[in-house]
Design a protein around this ligand. Structure first.
Ligand code: SF4
Length: 307
């Protein structure tokens, strides 16, 4: 397998691309890939991974998740503006349009509130403003010119494992030093949260290292709710170890995928699992195993969409 690195941008499928008349063979094959979230799921609980990546069971979006998506969209849009316009007032103006766009894309979100006059909606939109205030308390975006926001990156390790993920922001100094930035809209980390965040950041650092032959100088986590930023400097030896960890996780996923043996691993994180009712650890029965989603030319597999 080639270990040649590449940056890919995957355009949204057009109507023509989805047309049955389009020859599938003409479209690129998207192989199953490992993303930081799905790798984290498997580490936490193999059965949770199966439910999400293989069965692709729906999960009810929470207000906090949707607010996070919206704030990320606003920050991305903010960096698309001329530097002088990147001020708090302008960012706040972007919130409602971002919410309307999200609603148009995912109509089920309408159920989060009792209509446009629900006081909870105004409160929720205000809480997004507070998160943006938190962002501006941490840095001045007028002084930054990111190389990319919401960057989709993909690289294949020499072992053949395909890594894929979205990086919130990549800053590159004139000297070539790379900084990976990740915005967190939840509370600052305690134990598990911190380990998860670091796992995700090392994942991105490894992908960028393999893509560009440069170990990112800094991984910066920005906790907007608490106005706290954590910086972390990875080194080559550590990323090499991390690469082996990811390879081991992928091999374990493939083994489970062949047999369908995705075991539950109960922990206190089960309190946040949407699939408890189907989990044998809580007396439930999972649906029949649908089989491993083999890649099919031109058709995205469940794992492709698992980012
Ligand atoms: S309830 Fe817990 S053990 Fe069961 S699938 Fe969810 S995370 Fe895994």
């Amino acid at each position: 397998m080639s270990d040649q690195a590449k940056v890919v941008t995957v355009p949204a499928p057009s109507a023509a691309a989805e047309s049955p008349a389009s020859p599938a063979a003409a479209r690129p094959v998207r192989r199953p890939a490992l993303s930081p979230s799905r790798a984290g799921d498997f580490k936490q609980c193999p059965l949770l991974y199966r439910f999400r990546a293989v069965d692709r069971l729906p999960e009810a979006p929470t207000k906090a998740q949707v607010r996070g998506t919206m704030v990320h969209a606003v920050l991305e849009e903010l960096f698309g503006l001329p530097a002088g316009e990147r001020v708090p007032e302008r960012a706040k103006e972007l919130i409602e349009p971002a919410w309307r766009r999200l609603l148009a894309e995912r109509t089920e979100l309408i159920d989060l509130f009792d209509g446009p006059d629900d006081p909870a909606l105004a409160e929720w939109l205000d809480s997004a403003t507070t998160l943006l205030d938190g962002y501006f308390g941490l840095e001045d975006p007028r002084r930054l010119e990111p190389e990319a926001c919401e960057l989709l990156v993909e690289t294949e390790l020499s072992s053949g494992v395909l890594l894929r993920g979205y990086i919130d922001r990549v800053d590159v100094a004139p000297t070539g030093e790379i900084r990976v930035v990740d915005y967190k809209t939840g509370a600052a980390p305690r134990e598990i949260g911190e380990a998860k965040a670091l796992f995700q950041m090392k994942f991105y650092a490894l992908v960028l290292w393999r893509l560009r032959n440069v170990v990112p100088r800094q991984l910066r986590l920005m906790y907007l709710a608490d106005r706290q930023a954590l910086a972390y400097t990875p080194d080559e030896a550590e990323l090499e170890r991390f690469e082996r960890t990811l390879e081991a996780i992928w091999q374990a996923i493939l083994r489970a995928g062949r047999t369908g043996d995705f075991r539950p691993n109960p922990s206190r994180l089960c309190d946040y699992c949407d699939h408890k009712a189907l989990c044998p650890a809580f007396g439930g029965t999972p649906p029949p195993y649908p089989g491993w989603p083999e890649p099919d030319p031109g058709v995205e597999t469940a794992l492709d969409r698992a980012d």
